[in-house]
Design a protein around this ligand. Structure first.
Ligand code: RIB
Ligand code: CA
Length: 322
């Protein structure tokens, strides 16, 4: 039976790849997509999501979510992240990691009338069977839904989060972007009582995607596979410039790794069930503090320390052949 999922996105280029993988793969039943601000303001993450739906000629419902974080930056920016999503080509022209999305045709698609947190509560309180929630942006929508109705957890089979960091960070010296952007929301989700699997940067960077992979996608030759190849090649440019991986000319395609895990759990390696807490202030704001002691309490997260790049690239590319 295909895994029923709700996908929560802040559509940027890797979110777009997660949406495409979830929609195209036979083992996933994409029930709905919820949008949140993150990579871009909500207006653009929602528009980008609708553009990807158009590209796929899909009809999954899109629910617009939260334009801001729970409490962060209400008064002042606490710590401004280091911009590392931009690169510059040989001529010095700026390249933005999500640039390709801006070049897609504007969508005339509509979002649903209900907002994302209300959708979570309404759907999950009436679902006939548990659903997996995959969150690949800041966790604000899910946190608001949990505040409104904690009992939605009863119908959540698992929450899979792209977020967090052990050794590799990107937003600040201590934090990964999705958690950093709304640390209070993340802390609330990590303690909601559902099964939680966290796919941090340490996993996404070791499950890297290469130019050979984008070349294979180009050979498939569909509009979706060609667009995915463009996104990957652009991300490789930015990673080489701003966030170089151990293997040169590769990129971390963060978000679809959560979907690949639902298709084949072996794509995540060295997964440890441990206590994970989110730092909410000071220099480490947004840091995922992962308890590695043999004797520890409050274990709440299955934290993946590594990803398998051969298996991930195979799962991702094969989905575009269908
Ligand atoms: O830190 C990487 C995460 O932040 C990815 O989900 C990316 O899309 C951004 O949301
Ligand atoms: Ca994302």
């Amino acid at each position: 039976m295909p895994r029923k999922i709700i996908l929560d996105v802040d559509t940027g280029s890797d979110d777009a790849c997660a949406i495409m993988l979830a929609y195209l793969h036979k083992d996933i039943d994409l029930l709905a997509v919820c949008t949140v601000k993150g990579n871009q303001p909500l207006k653009y993450t929602t528009e980008n999501t609708l553009r990807i739906r158009d590209l796929l000629h899909a009809d999954f419902p899109v629910y617009k979510g939260c334009p801001g974080s729970l409490v962060k930056n209400i008064v002042y920016p606490r710590i401004l992240p280091t911009p590392n999503a931009d690169a510059y080509d040989e001529e010095g022209n700026k390249i933005h990691i999500h640039q390709e999305l801006f070049d897609l045709p504007a969508s005339d698609g509509e979002v649903e009338a209900m907002n994302a947190p209300d959708f979570y509560v309404d759907y999950l309180m009436h679902a006939s069977e548990p659903v997996t929630v995959v969150a690949v942006g800041p966790l604000t929508n899910l946190a608001v839904a949990l505040i409104m109705e904690p009992d939605i957890v009863k119908n959540i089979e698992e929450i899979v989060i792209m977020g967090g960091a052990w050794n590799i960070t990107n937003a600040t010296l201590a934090a990964e972007f999705n958690i950093y952007d709304d640390p209070e929301a993340a802390q609330r989700v990590l303690h909601c009582g559902a099964k939680i699997t966290m796919v941090p940067l340490d996993a996404t960077h070791t499950a890297y995607i290469s130019r050979d992979d984008s070349a294979q996608l180009r050979k498939i030759g569909t509009p979706a596979s060609l667009f995915a190849a463009d996104l990957i090649d652009l991300r490789i440019l930015v990673h080489d410039y701003a966030q170089p991986l151990e293997v040169p000319h590769t990129c971390a395609l963060h978000d679809p790794l959560t979907i690949a895990y639902l298709i084949d759990p072996n794509v995540l390696e060295d997964v440890r069930f441990c206590n994970v807490e989110v730092s909410l202030s000071g220099l480490t704001e947004g840091q995922t503090c992962v308890d590695q002691r043999a004797i520890q309490e409050n274990r709440n997260v299955h934290f993946a320390f590594r990803g398998n790049h051969e298996l991930f690239s195979k799962i991702f590319i094969d989905a575009f052949r269908s």
